[in-house]
Design a protein around this ligand. Sequence first.
Ligand code: ATP
Ligand code: FE
Length: 356
Amino acid sequence: FTILGLESSCDDTAAAVVRQTDDEAAEILASVVHGQTELHSAFGGVVPEIAARAHAEKLDVCVMQALEKSGLSLSDVDAIAVTAGPGLIGGVMSGVMCAKGLSAATGKPLVGVNHLAGHALTPRLTDGVAFPYLMLLVSGGHCQYLVSHGPEEFTRLGGTIDDAPGEAFDKTARLLGLPQPGGPSVEAEAKNGDPKRFRFPRPLLDRPDCDLSFSGLKTALMRMRDQVAGEKGGLTRQDRADLCAGFQQAVVDTLAEKTRRALKLYLEHDPTQPTVAVAGGVAANTAIRTALQEVCAEAGAEFLAPPLALCTDNAAMIAYAGMERFKLGKTDGMDLTARPRWPLDQSAPAMLGSGK
Ligand code: ATP
Ligand code: FE
């Protein structure tokens, strides 16, 4: 099979062509991503209306570029996969409308994909991992532990009860006057900082479950920043670096401990396949990756981190997830709806109401 995938649920417009190589593996023939960072940079966050407009303008360009790069034409494609949620509704709608147009014009089947399933299935695309495996999804909008049992079968072991870690990194950067996206700039500052100077909380570690919380870190950061700035009449470069290092260490420790628990829980049920994979933009963070790797090594589990370009939003993962649904014989009709919310551990066809 060859699948064209479209992604437009946040601030990246993307199209990709993915071809099946064998039962558990696939090859990316082309993957095009047009980011929107410059469009939103003046506003300190993604502006939904601007994002939707940019997606609508860029999607066809992305599709054309992806086809061109793959050396294929629309008629060579077996199905058109598109992110149908969750995400910013205007963007998701742009993608779904574009995919419906392509499907109607070519007669190729339409496959609605859950964006989170795209992230969760990425280790299969990159490493051909067999089911089941434990997945930590850490991004700007999400943070959860999922066991992937099948293309549409996920069990959620826990997740954030408030902010996602990426959001916390972005807010930290904003509070310290560092550039967006906050993850890379906070990580860079933290390299020169002392993680022990400021004592950040380790939220929810007193609870035995796999839930996380990150909003308290922002409040703590604000308090510490104001205290230091108040005493000295401003922040030095070193203060900023120390705050970043303290914040990042709190995120690292929390994620490491909760991953330890999730892994233990997972291994109690599936001891035969001790594999942990990460996805999401925050997985780019070296300190976080290293800590997770150590947790896995301790427990004798294999740790998989897809290449960065496939950790952040892209359409290759959507094409691949669409392929997995398509292989199960599942396609969608013209009544496919764009969903702002769509939890992964509920079955896709039932949620969409239009799956066959
Ligand atoms: P979602 O995919 O959940 O809808 P998103 O599109 O915002 O959300 P991604 O594109 O996967 O998420 O990742 C972007 C997030 O990753 C941003 O919040 C960014 O700050 C964070 N991030 C990127 N690099 C790093 C890093 N080195 N350290 C920490 N966080 C990072
Ligand atoms: Fe994403």
